[in-house]
Structures are given as C-alpha cells and as structure tokens.
Design a protein around this ligand. Sequence first.
Ligand code: URA
Length: 197
Amino acid sequence: MNKQETLDALNERMSLQCDCSLRIQATQAVPGDGSALAEILFIGEAPGKNEDLQGIPFIGAAGKFLSEMLATIELKREDIYITNIVKYRPPNNRDPLPEEISACLPSLYKQIKIIRPKIIVTLGRHAMEHFIPGKKISLVHGQAFRRALPGIGSQVFFVLYHPAAALYNGSLRATLIEDFKKIPKVLEKIKEGNHEK
Ligand code: URA
C-alpha cells in the first residue's frame, strides 16, 4: 500500500472502531482530509455541525477562511492535510474533554506517523496545549517549536489562533493572517535543516 492508501485504510478503521464516547451522539467520524504526501499538517479542535453531517473537517465558515489564507501562501486544500484533535463532534460544539482527547490521540498519532509532515500547524488552544503544554496562545501564536513526539521523534510545530475564533474578531483576524504568512519561511528553514530548536 502507498501512503495515501495506508492513511485511507486507517481513517476507515477510525470510523468503524473508536473508543471515544463522543461517537455515541455524533453522526459519523471526521477523520481528516487532504493529501497523505502533505508537508503541512493542520490540527484543529473538533468537527462542528456541518463537518459531522458530511464527515469532512473544516467545511464551514472557518474552513472557507482557512482556504483563503492558504491561497495567500499559494496552497490549496489538496496540498495539505487537515484533521482535528478529536474526531467526533462534541454535543453543541462544547470544548472536548481531556478523556475525549485522550481517546482520539492514538488515531492522531497514527496519522502523523503515516504523513510525517515537515510541520504541524496547531489551530487554536486545544491542539496547541496537547503538543506544547503550559504556553499561552496569546504569547506564542506565530511561533515555531520543536518537540519530541513519542514513537515519532523530533517534530516542528507552528502555533496559530483558531480561524473560527478569528473570523469575527478584527484584530485576531489580522494577527492570524499575518502569522499564517510566516508558514513558508518556517518550512524553508526546516528544509534547510537549520530551524531553531
Ligand atoms: N473547527 C474545527 O476545529 N474543526 C473543524 O473541523 C471545523 C471547525
């Protein structure tokens, strides 16, 4: 199996067998979308209403905003991979609970292991907190961090505000757009092998 087939098979298993209690109320799993060959992996929070109905992440207003920002760095949705820290919609879009995040993490780590992205972009507080704990997003947005992931190894992360949070907040929106534009530079540095630790 090639990378895409391996990822598709994993995502299919995720839809059929998952320990997360959110599964009971959700319509379906929302495993992820995009290319298994992507250099950039985006990780958001959790599927919303539209995502739950269609089984595809970031297809609502936040997703449209994300696509607009991708266009500013000359990328399309098909060039990246996008998923969430939890794979099922929490009831009424509440924050995911720590046990729900824990239940979904093995699937996320398997996705990372298959894709092996050059950079993981965390969207919002929940994804950031798991990988780069103990930081305040207001202080570290737009910054890159290198962390060791169990079973995976060294990985660079880039912290962004969540597009849904920034959508209707003028100053957050401008900040997110500016931070987003830094992604190609960070990626270039990683490829040159001289990204700061
Ligand atoms: N917000 C998220 O974090 N994920 C989605 O899939 C949609 C909206």
